[in-house]
Design a protein around this ligand. Structure first.
Ligand code: SAH
Ligand code: SF4
Ligand code: F3S
Length: 471
């Protein structure tokens, strides 16, 4: 069994005890508890991991603080998906040098996907000598140990990757939000899409036992969480590695029987495993959001083959048409990579034409970024950056029109929105999201935050809807 309970790891208990005592001493002497802050890059999986890191630190006696400046334990949870993500993490680590200078007692740790690569560990080793410890994605459960080692031995700690990636249950979670929650249902990826670093930095697919997920979701619903997102790199291959017989469709069918006022979301699905059974479970289910995120990546069969995606456009379009037949209003969103090696003008136009055909509600588009160690990085015919950029802009221009076209029919309708409070981008308005993931702006009140509100839509733009609260 590849599941371990951190509470039963006896060596961890020792470290936890020592750190608690150390933090209690500090509180006694200074009257203040040491603070923890985690800076997160990357996907929702990483956000979820950061909530575990904070939760773990709290169980060691730290208190969460609101900024890196206030932290005595500062962690940078990194991403490696594209060059830009790595550069952002490195530059942030660079900026933290002055914090370390101001507060030499502060511990600075770097973790996550970027430092699960040897060449990046070496970068930290040689270019960022003030970083106290480094640990990769397989070693999250070792946080107490790396802190103890640093404190007791004084030297920098480079935690080696585990031989095997396991599922660790029992790490406390400090949730950032009191009404939206992430729940990891599986970790890792087996797909080895030729451009992607994830399988190298997150290990093979491993699913959490369905009972553990059920109890976590049930507790969240009971606590009043309204929006629960099930996370995995490829959620619809959930359960393939379990001894119990429970696939992803079975799992969400079971979870959606939990009573309460909530919606389940999930990401990400892989088209090769998107079954009719899953769509049948979603159909008419009041607890499952009317939204499907199904990354297409490219509209060219030749490119999909070179990407090792293991489906073609015919298969993809077949899933979309079954979904629309069963769930006519479903919002479908996707990911597209522009400028993959060897992408011709014709390949790119095939992507544009599938966008016009499917009419996605929204797309997340990315310029291809070569990742060291992946097959695509070694392919010939890498596309020139200016060509990539021009294609990227054409893609966005086309999709802006389509997104607007998809949003216009909402004008005059009333939608149910989970309110997030005052908008971060427009402080005069409140904002929230529909179950389809559409952003809605309206004049709200503080008591709306964290609750569902009914909004009459008055105006639509490509990326947002605007409305008034229903009287
Ligand atoms: N497991 C998910 C998401 C993985 S990462 C899936 O399979 O869809 C999120 C998105 O980042 C991917 O869907 C892909 O569109 C993009 N991506 C991954 N590697 C990339 C790379 N090397 N360059 C550009 N975009 C990339
Ligand atoms: Fe990466 Fe492909 Fe796995 Fe998604 S399915 S994480 S794109 S290898
Ligand atoms: Fe980035 Fe790792 Fe997620 S590479 S996208 S943080 S799985």
């Amino acid at each position: 069994m590849n599941v371990k309970d951190v509470n039963l790891l006896t060596e961890n208990q020792e470290y936890i005890k020592r750190l608690r005592a150390w933090n209690e001493d500090c509180e006694k002497q200074t009257g203040k508890r040491r603070g923890v802050f985690v800076t997160t890059f990357g996907c929702q999986q990483n956000e979820a991991d950061s909530e575990k890191l904070t939760g773990f630190a709290v169980s060691l006696g730290y208190v969460p603080v609101g900024s890196p400046e206030e932290a005595d334990l500062l962690l940078v949870n990194t991403c490696a998906i594209r060059e830009h993500a790595e550069q952002k993490a490195l530059s942030t680590i660079g900026q933290y040098k002055h914090l370390k200078a101001k507060n030499p007692q502060m511990l600075l740790g770097v973790c996550g996907c970027m430092v699960t690569q040897e060449h990046r560990v070496n970068d930290i080793k040689f270019r960022y000598p003030y970083v106290d410890f480094v640990f990769g994605t397989s070693s999250l459960h070792r946080l107490p140990q790396v802190i103890c080692d640093k404190l007791e031995k004084g030297k920098r700690v480079y935690c080696p990757e585990e031989k095997e990636y396991l599922v660790y249950e029992g790490i406390p979670i400090h949730r950032e939000n009191s009404y939206r929650a992430w729940v990891s249902i599986m970790y890792g990826c087996n797909n080895f899409c030729s451009y992607c670093i994830v399988p190298y930095v997150r290990g093979r697919e491993r699913s959490r036992p369905s009972d553990a997920i059920y109890h976590e979701v049930k507790a969240l619903v009971e606590e009043g969480y309204r929006d629960i997102t099930l996370l995995g790199q490829n959620v619809n291959s959930y359960g393939k590695d379990l001894e119990e017989t429970c696939d992803f469709a079975d799992l969400i069918a079971r979870l959606s029987e939990i009573e309460g006022d909530y919606k389940l979301h999930f990401m990400t699905s892989h088209p090769k495993d998107a079954t009719h059974k899953l769509i049948d479970v979603m159909t008419g289910n009041k607890h499952i959001a009317n939204h499907f995120h199904l990354p297409l990546q490219s509209g060219s069969d030749g490119i999909l083959h070179k990407m090792n995606r293991r489906y073609d456009t015919e298969k993809y379009l077949g899933i979309v048409s079954y979904m629309r037949e069963k769930m006519p209003d479903v919002a479908i969103t996707t990911d597209i990579i522009v400028g993959f090696p060897g992408e011709t003008e014709e390949d790119f136009e095939a992507t544009l034409s599938i966008l016009e055909r499917v009419k996605f509600d929204m797309i997340y588009s990315f310029i291809y970024s070569p990742r060291k160690g992946t097959p695509a990085a070694e392919m010939e015919d890498q596309i020139a950056p200016e060509v990539q950029k021009k294609r990227f802009e054409r893609l966005l221009a086309l999709q802006n029109g389509i997104s607007l076209e998809k949003n216009l029919p909402f004008v005059g309708k009333t939608v149910r929105v989970l309110c997030d409070g005052v908008s971060k981008t427009n402080e005069e308005m409140y904002s929230g999201r529909t179950e389809e993931g559409k952003i809605v702006f309206f004049e709200g009140e503080e008591c709306d935050k964290g609750n569902f509100v009914m909004i009459n839509i008055k105006r639509a733009e490509a990326f947002a809807l605007y409305g008034e609260k229903k009287k």
